[in-house]
Design a protein around this ligand. Structure first.
Ligand code: FAD
Ligand code: NAD
Length: 404
């Protein structure tokens, strides 16, 4: 009998979870499963702020995909997806074309720039391993250049972070620890460095618990981070940013601008003709694209509504991984043509936001935590993600044990 072909695009949290669960649920002869990814490694997107600040080496953030998958059941194809052809049921890669009976799109998200002028050209975004390395090296280059130049350009030492959502705040937490180290390494007076966070909303971490937000802002301000709240970035230039607060427009000169103000779905989704909102497809309760019973879309490129508040769930690794499990279960039902597909509802355990290596805030199972307790919890959350995908051996290899 012909084996159905399942193609999984992307080996991030959603895609790798789908692949590792499918290899458990299905036998060798039940389906031909191919996992496609741009690189031969998976990276922990949730740790990229650390690699970007230079507080964690980028090799600690990635691991080999082939070491995780059961190669007797899942074939790995390294390649960049360039198109999804829904009618022909094919996927075009830069180096091959693949046919599918069932497709799982788990290609992650992209920075949302809202069409703001200059961001694509002049700002960095924390998007993948090499982007993180570039941010780290760019900041270090600015410090090294400052240290060596005769006529000092103080603006080199200003770092702007656009957006005080979870990504912006976690990156600021790492920077607050890294900047004093860089100053020591390059003989620079700490007072010369400015790290400024610009947030359009009236508060940091809009929507999060106000008491914890206050704790985070106090901790970061204590370590020298400046906040410009209720201030929107209007333009990014070669020499800095232009911001507006009410009617006041101001230019802030900076050597580094990091845009961390939100994500949209992967652009391949819209290019393929799927109906999408900011690149994200509102999937049905089984995680399939509307009108496409053979296409599952999960992770940052999917959109599901939280019926309680009638707003989309924020895209998170927590949800992407849970969707991976459901997609794998539902694919097994389709392949076997028996059983009932399951509907997807996120099972949210909470949110923990790091403020550097040794501090954090969070709400876990409805309980507020902060300080070293929250920091411990954050590392446990990071280790849990490794465990769910690669079991105890991956935790031992890549886990965070600097907990005391
Ligand atoms: P990803 O995990 O991003 O994986 C996408 C994969 O697709 C990647 O391997 C990529 O290389 C591959 N890919 C992309 N395009 C192509 C292509 N054209 N061809 C081939 N391969 C391609 N969420 C939490 O729940 N908790 C956190 O603590 C948390 N912290 C975060 C910290 C940071 C700094 C950031 C940026 C995000 C954080 N998030 C967190 C959000 C979380 O990382 C994302 O929601 C999650 O990664 C989405 O999973 P995904 O599987 O959709 O995509
Ligand atoms: P976000 O959308 O959560 O936050 C973006 C922030 O940028 C918002 O506060 C917004 O008001 C601000 N902003 C938008 N336009 C602006 C402008 N022109 N000028 C200044 N500020 C502007 O995005 P994110 O922080 O990148 O997070 C993306 C997703 O990843 C979210 O779902 C988040 O929950 C998740 N995430 C989770 C964690 C965690 O759980 N620890 C960490 C990082 C990211």
């Amino acid at each position: 009998m012909k084996k159905p072909k399942i193609v999984i695009l992307g080996a991030g949290y959603g895609g790798l979870m789908t692949a590792t669960r499918l290899q458990k649920f299905l036998g060798v002869n039940e389906a031909e499963i191919t996992l496609v990814n741009k690189h031969d490694y998976h990276y922990e997107t949730t740790w990229l702020h650390e690699a970007s600040a230079g507080t964690l080496h980028h090799d600690k953030v990635r691991y080999s995909i082939e070491e995780i998958i059961d190669r007797s059941k899942v074939k790995f194809a390294q390649g960049t997806v360039t198109a999804i052809n829904r009618e022909q049921k094919t996927v075009t890669l830069d180096n091959a074309e693949l046919h599918y009976d069932y497709l799982v799109v788990a290609l992650g998200g992209e920075p949302e720039t809202f069409g703001i002028k200059g961001l694509k050209e002049f700002a960095f975004s924390i998007t993948n391993i090499n982007a993180a390395r570039q941010i780290r090296e760019h900041i270090e280059y600015q410090f090294a250049t400052y240290s060596n130049e005769i006529e000092k350009n103080d603006d080199r030492l200003t770092i702007i972070v656009g957006g005080a959502g979870f990504t912006g705040i976690e990156f600021l937490g790492e920077l607050s620890n890294r900047v004093p180290e860089l100053c020591r390494e390059y003989d620079i007076d700490n007072d010369k460095v400015r790290v400024i966070c610009v947030e359009a909303a009236p508060t940091v971490l809009p929507g999060f618990d106000p008491e914890l937000v206050e704790y985070a802002v106090n901790q970061l301000e204590r370590k020298g981070i400046e906040f410009k709240i209720g201030t929107a970035i209007k333009e990014c230039t070669e020499t800095g940013i232009i911001v507006a607060k009410d009617d006041n427009v101001e230019e802030i000169k900076a050597g580094t601008v990091v845009w961390a103000a939100g994500v949209r779905g992967n652009s391949l989704i819209e290019e393929a003709g799927f109906e999408a909102m900011r690149g994200r497809v509102k999937v049905d309760s089984y995680l399939r694209a509307p009108g496409h019973d053979d296409v599952f879309i999960i992770g940052d490129s999917s959109l599901i509504i939280n019926e309680e508040i009638n707003r989309p769930y924020p895209p998170t690794a927590q949800i992407a991984m849970q969707q991976g499990v459901t997609a794998a279960k539902n694919l097994s039902v389709l392949v076997r043509e028996q059983g009932e597909m399951e509907t997807f509802t996120p099972d949210l355990k909470g949110t923990v936001c790091s403020l550097g290596e040794d501090d954090a805030i969070g709400v876990v199972f409805g309980k507020k935590i902060w300080g070293s307790k929250a920091s411990f919890m954050k590392k446990m959350v990071d280790n849990r993600a490794l465990f769910l995908i690669g079991g105890p051996s991956l935790v031992l290899k890549k886990g965070k044990f600097n907990i005391f």
